[in-house]
Design a protein around this ligand. Structure first.
Ligand code: TRH
Length: 397
């Protein structure tokens, strides 16, 4: 559980701990702060760094970190300092430059902070954490330095990725053990269902699906297919952008947390948006996860269950090569028919064609096996926080 602490309490890190500032501008949705917060927690808890997160949108942040207080300029959560950043000029409550400065997703650092970086006796390690892409070029650009045009400072581009030579993706050290414990414990799963959906786990014949997605016209057809399916389908929908379509399907005015509806073989629960650990449990409790954006997409890979990705749409369909690049990794060793079915389904879910649930279901066993294999393969690239910490330390020597 996270807990907010009123300052002046300082994090319980050694005085010699590496200090790190993470600047995060929330562009939209939850991925920007979702990634930054996960990284911050890992750097603090697994590497003993003294971390400060400067974020411009506390409301969005609070959704995935409920212990955050909205009206505080500065607070400590789980030993991490969180400051409300009023970009672009504000440079934190105190102008203090850290050893490692992470500019998330090319959000611009305040000019006075950059000037202070240049004045610092020892220049900080300055990293621009990029968005995740599975494309091949990422490995070539990962860790490329970019000298500042005016100051004696170098910014290094840190690229997450799914393949060797990239920065990898975030994975906490305890994650696999926590998932295994959840999956092995009937009482833990029962307690989760009672708490989350207000009823015991569904029978084994049911397919449990978590649905986290942007608005998506393909959902209407999919809801019909689930309604008409031979086996029960239990849908778990965190409140959000797809909820309106689910409500319309059931003829309800809304599908807000706590709502429940049934039609044919389909039963659906609307869930409250939880903190990040709660979202992992949702994926572990499901048989198939529909995910989106960046961080939930990564969590689905660690959940080691078949999943369907609603990629963040970009202008001129720039996202489609990224979708195919991810498929090329994830589906690499699948038998050709299962690989084609998966690609058809992912494409349909991203606007090209109609999703065919029976076609996807037919390959569930192969997809499940591949999901577990892929999680092991991906782990070989190493955890992003660990890779980043290693690089930063090599520069601080
Ligand atoms: O919310 P997203 O779509 O976020 C983004 C943003 O659009 C961002 O601008 C874009 O650049 C990026 O995607 C690629 O999807 P994402 O990345 O999956 O982030 C969701 C976060 O919310 C993730 O950290 C998981 C978390 N979450 C919870 O903590 N609780 C929940 O109940 C749910 C459903 C999600």
């Amino acid at each position: 559980m996270s807990s907010a602490t009123p300052l002046p309490e300082q994090p319980a890190t050694a005085p010699t701990a590496i200090a790190c500032d993470i600047f995060c501008a929330v562009i939209d949705n939850f991925g920007d702060i979702g990634v930054c917060w996960r990284l911050a927690r890992q750097l603090a808890s697994e590497h003993g760094w003294q971390v400060r997160v400067l974020v411009d949108d506390l409301h969005t942040f609070q959704k995935l970190c409920p212990s955050l207080t909205l009206d505080r300029a500065r607070q400590a959560i789980d030993g991490i300092i969180v400051e409300h950043w009023h970009e672009p000029a504000h440079a934190g409550e105190t102008l203090e430059v850290a050893d490692v400065v992470i500019e998330a997703f090319a959000c611009e650092l305040p000019p006075i902070y950059v000037a202070a970086m240049a004045r610092r006796e020892r220049a900080p390690v300055w990293l621009n954490l990029e968005y995740l892409s599975a494309e091949d070029w990422v490995a070539d650009f990962h860790l490329r330095p970019s000298p500042h045009p005016r100051y004696a400072l170098t910014k290094t581009f840190f690229f997450p990725g799914l393949g060797p030579g990239t920065g990898g993706v975030l994975k906490e050290r305890h994650l696999d053990a926590a998932r295994a414990a959840f999956e092995a414990s009937q009482p833990a799963r029962e307690a989760w269902w009672l708490k989350t959906a207000g009823r015991p786990p569904p029978p084994a014949a049911a397919t449990v699906i978590s649905l986290f997605a942007y608005e998506n016209p393909a959902v209407d057809s999919l809801l019909e297919q689930w309604r008409d399916s031979a086996e029960p389908v239990v849908l778990l929908v965190p409140e959000g952008r797809i909820s309106g379509a689910v409500a319309r399907f059931f003829g309800l005015p809304s599908f807000a947390a706590g709502a429940y509806a049934e039609r044919g073989s389909l039963s659906a629960h609307a869930l409250a948006f939880t903190g990040q650990p709660g979202y992992d449990a949702l994926q572990w409790a499901s048989d198939v996860n529909f995910v989106r954006g960046e961080d939930s997409f990564v969590r689905a890979q660690w959940a080691a269950k078949p999943f369907v990705w609603h990629i963040y749409p970009q202008a001129d369909d720039a996202h489609l090569p990224k979708l195919d690049a991810a498929l090329a990794h994830y589906a690499r060793t699948l038998p050709a028919d299962a690989r084609d079915a998966l690609a058809r389904f992912w494409h349909a879910w991203n606007g090209a064609g109609q999703p065919d649930w029976a076609d996807f279901q037919r390959h569930r066993a192969a997809l499940k096996q591949r999901a577990a294999e892929w999680a092991r393969e991906l782990a070989q690239v190493g955890d992003l926080a660990g890779n980043l910490a290693l690089f930063a330390k090599s520069q601080l020597k």
